[in-house]
Write a protein that binds this ligand. Structure first.
Ligand SMILES: [Fe+2]
Length: 268
């Protein structure tokens, strides 16, 4: 039986209508994965999964990261001692650019909302690549971008203490292709807040290119903004999208529970 689906934006994101029981029995898992790869983002409204159900559902789609836990995403320092780092999520990024194999997908459900802000935006990096002029595709083919954790952290902490900087520099920089050639044959752009510079290119030119491509990839036609309702669940294909949270007050109580699917495809 096919899933009931409606598209949320022309180039990215679909909503499916399905109840928790049908999600958990895994009968639609293949269809959901296929839709995820086609559309980048899948939303299910007001599903209200428990943590155990979210973990069980995640397992129907692939190999779960961190077996039996959900990650609580919140700025509340009582719940999350690393709340400061989460502010980095206000800037466009792909999860896991510091890993050899980035995670495949994330599943996030809303447990408490912020009265203002806190929406999540997703940009389709396959569509952004596809729509580039042919000359531009040719010009960026083969370029490599150095990604550094410290570059992303500087968005949040422009004047770190030296000790803090040393902590950030524990992550080894990664050199990733600007154009990710997937096994499927499709191509997507690899950008985001960890992107430092293009290897072998003058810095100014390199920042100009990365900024221009980020602006291009986040144009309205490639973007879906999820306005959260309580209990919503959103799944995104981390290999073909970038995402960011719209800033919200740190004491808003906003709480998201997230599970992840292990990466299946390296950048190179
Ligand atoms: Fe993220």
């Amino acid at each position: 039986m096919g899933l009931l689906r409606s598209d949320l934006a022309p180039r990215i994101a679909s909503e499916i209508q399905i109840d928790a029981r049908s999600l958990l029995d895994g009968a639609h898992a293949g269809e959901i994965r296929e839709l995820l790869e086609q559309r980048g983002v899948i939303a299910v409204r007001e599903l209200h999964l428990t943590d155990a159900e979210q973990i069980a559902f995640t397992r129907t789609l692939g190999k779960i990261v961190d077996e039996d836990k959900v990650l609580k995403i919140t700025m509340d320092p009582q719940e999350n001692p690393k709340a400061e780092y989460i502010k980095g999520a206000f800037y466009w990024h792909i999860d896991g650019t510091m890993l050899d194999v980035p995670i495949f997908a994330s599943i996030m459900s809303s447990r408490q909302l912020s009265a203002v802000g806190g929406q999540t935006e997703f940009a389709n990096t396959y569509a952004a690549y596809d729509d580039l002029p042919e000359a531009e595709k040719w010009a960026i083919e083969g370029l490599k971008v150095v990604h550094m954790f410290e570059v992303a952290q500087r968005y949040v902490r422009p004047e770190p203490a030296y000790a803090e900087l040393q902590e950030w520099q524990r992550f080894t920089p990664k050199t990733l292709p600007l154009v990710w050639k997937h096994r499927s044959g499709r191509k997507s752009l690899v950008l985001g807040s960890t992107a430092s510079h293009v290897e072998g290119m003058r810095l100014q030119e390199s920042w100009a290119l990365l900024t221009r491509l980020r602006e291009w990839a986040t144009r309205p036609q490639f973007v879906y903004r999820h306005e959260w309702k309580l209990g919503d669940m959103v799944i995104w294909d981390n290999t073909g999208t970038m995402h960011r949270a719209i800033p919200y007050p740190l004491d808003s109580g906003r709480m998201m529970h997230r599970t992840q699917l292990a990466g299946e495809e390296p950048f190179v």
